[in-house]
Design a protein. Sequence first.
Length: 343
Amino acid sequence: MTQQNHTRPSRVQKLSGAARIFYHWAVRRSRVLPYLPQEISIEPTNRCNFTCSFCPQSNPDHFAQIPADALGLEGVETLLKKLRSSGVKGNLLHWTLDGEPFMSKNFHEHLRIARDYGFNSFHFATNAMLLTPERLRQLPRRGVKISMTPDFCSDPGYFEEVRGTSGSWQVVLDNLRSALADDELDHIEFKVTDISSFGISDPAELDRRFEALKALFRPSPRITFHRRVFHNASGTKESRLSSRKNYRLCPYPWYTMFIAHNGDAVACCRDLEHQTVLGNLFEEDLEDIWNGEKYQALRRDLVEQHPERQAACKGCDMPYDREKFTLGNFTKTAIHRMLLLDD
């Protein structure tokens, strides 16, 4: 197809859009929204080469609900065409839900097609096991910025116990170092998240491990480091919070849409088994899903403090984590996930 030109939203426009989201989520608590989702994520595949302890992929029956499959090139184009025809105007696209994106052999073509539709800023999680120079050089470069968010840590034994396979820690480290040293990959940045907190709670030890993680890499403007607080977001793991008091309203249904490889729009980034399906973008238009009965019901149930009415939300402990709803965390999300300050 001929590459489409779409005006990239200015920083002021993005900040204005964020303010509108805040108003309809935190103040008005609207069920019907006068805007389209501001963050859209498409799942290239639900296959993964890891079975992380903190992920439903570690469940042997994980694919009983949604069989393993991948999004084809025609499917990518169909979804992107629907996004643009519905009025989505941004240039940022996420490629994260279930699975490892690079398990799709055509993932680089997904990004090329998206660029043709005016998306030129891509953000997605990857375990970095498959980030060979050959795969990275397949990704589009001209006019594109790519942010990858690998989960990692400084301890090889811990990493391979809770996340990777035998020998995978060194492969991931070598892949990341190689990518950072390659000037032809200067359009790719990495936001590395320390997963030590999944099995360790001592603050001093977590600080030590975080510093050790940063010390594995030479200083570079293309890599930043972050910490993670694990939640029982999918309801499949034991909650780490000691109390379920002081309910807070989850913002996801007010600004995000997560689209699986089969077209299902699911409740959030952790609804990997499609417990709450809000529509299907292969079968419906985006605006009909976004303000349809199921999305409205999701927003209503969360506003009324009844997340248990929604299958994907009934076990989630995130609304009870005060730290997730601080100004500092919102700022971090705005900068590193919504990329509001990027030009």
